[in-house]
Design a protein around this ligand. Structure first.
Ligand code: ATP
Ligand code: MG
Length: 398
């Protein structure tokens, strides 16, 4: 059993000591069977939310009415969810009502795909009622039950199917795929935030190209913000190698480039991204434009800093479909050799400039600082208080 499961065992054992049923469920069980590193350990139990809260001293109520309580235990947090069925799906979104139940099988039945609908008990025994293990071997994504029904209950599952295609490098089961083709338009009813979360996971998976191609084939792309008219760009994206990208800002930077997005702000807002990430992507894009036209320079690496330069280089290489370790080394070398890494390191303050020049403070101070900065970066001026003062004096005399 994985260390993360072992660490969570006391929670399952405690629930069982109090005569409740409790199992590991969902993605962690799937990833354990795939011998992949597991993510969040989720637990399902017959105990009701208030009963869970009574048993554990440290909990967070994140949705007790839907049955989910977070249990904090030894520096870890676990989602502990009461067995439930879901009814009253409205508008093709998540259910309006949930009913707490005592049956594990019924709880597993409401889950999206067979590979996500297995449970594991505290001895490591797998409970697999829907052929999940077989489908893992076949690398098959298949809904639990009739795909049409499951997608009309919650249309997001269609996008999730594509994201699991990417993150696991699996194929869609034939009937599941047909049902996506027939029901893709229901995704219109799903909130942007839920789509964005799945889409980012799709882009950052093992096999995003295949999932993007399938997104085009099934028409799912038509229901994603600002993508309806972008089938050409998406086709291009599906032919690029970008699995070396690391941060979500990198994926969004690549996307706006490949899709030729003019109003970047509106596009990213349309995906409901945070102000922080929007700013980051816009900034990446500006630097990338310069790199595309003139290549890397000392000044660009200095302005962007090492981390951002490497991020932008990864996007650049994705756009150019190139794989050059040399470029990363070159950027690192340029950065290493920079005499200063930021403006604060200049060995002369604004006050000193004002007193040497003997002029009233004004925008000219920043301009001079910029010149000093550039001269230091390019090595024509030493970053020493004395040298900079001498240079300033020589300017004064001109
Ligand atoms: P990951 O490792 O990428 O987080 P995951 O399988 O854990 O994958 P989550 O989105 O964290 O995916 O969901 C946890 C589990 O909850 C899933 O494995 C699945 O059993 C169930 N689930 C999540 N979303 C849905 C949904 N929209 N419909 C039905 N079941 C769902
Ligand atoms: Mg998860």
């Amino acid at each position: 059993m994985d260390r993360l499961f072992i660490e969570a065992l006391p929670i399952i054992r405690k629930l069982k000591e109090h005569n409740y049923q409790a199992y590991f469920v969902g993605g962690a069980v799937r990833d354990h069977l795939l011998e992949r590193s597991i993510g969040d350990v989720d637990i399902a139990t017959s105990a009701k939310p208030d009963e869970i809260q009574q048993l554990f001293p440290s909990t967070v109520d994140v949705g007790a009415n839907h049955g989910t309580i977070i249990v904090l235990y030894k520096n870890n947090s676990y989602e502990v969810t009461t067995f439930r069925t879901e009814t009253g799906y409205k508008d093709y979104r998540r259910p309006a009502e949930v009913a707490f139940i005592h049956s594990l099988v019924e709880d597993l039945k409401r889950r999206d795909f067979t590979i996500n609908a297995m449970a594991m008990d505290d001895k490591g025994k797998i409970l697999d009622y829907f052929e999940g293990k077989k489908h893992l071997l076949e690398k098959r994504i298949m809904t639990v039950g009739n795909p049409h029904e499951r997608f009309s209950e919650d249309a997001l599952r269609m996008l999730r199917a594509l994201r699991f295609m990417s993150s696991l490098d699996f194929q869609l089961d034939y009937k599941t795929e047909q049902a996506i083709k027939e029901n893709f338009f229901l995704l219109e009813h799903i909130s942007v935030e839920r789509k964005t979360a799945e889409f980012v996971k799709l882009l950052s998976g093992k096999s995003p190209q295949a999932a993007i191609s399938k997104m085009l084939e099934t028409n799912v792309f038509k229901c994603l913000p600002f993508l309806e008219q972008k089938s050409g760009g998406l086709k291009t994206l599906s032919n690029l190698e970008f699995r070396h990208l690391q941060t979500s800002a990198e994926y969004w930077t690549l996307l706006i480039r490949v899709l030729n997005i003019i109003n970047i702000e509106a596009f990213l807002r349309g995906w409901k991204l945070s102000v922080k990430i929007i700013q980051h992507v816009k900034n990446n894009n500006e630097v990338l434009t310069k790199v595309l036209s003139r290549g890397w320079s000392k000044k660009l690496v200095y302005q962007a800093g090492l981390n951002q330069s490497l991020q932008i280089e990864r996007v650049y290489q994705a756009l150019k479909n190139s794989k050059s370790q040399e470029s990363f080394k070159l950027i690192e070398q340029i950065y290493e050799e920079l005499p200063i890494k930021n403006r604060e390191e200049i060995d002369l303050s604004g006050h000193e400039i004002i007193s040497i020049m003997n002029k009233k403070p004004g925008p000219w101070v920043a301009e001079i600082l910029c010149r000093i900065e550039e001269k230091i970066i390019y090595g024509s001026l030493d970053n020493s208080n004395k040298a900079i003062k001498e240079w300033l004096e020589s300017c004064k005399q001109k």
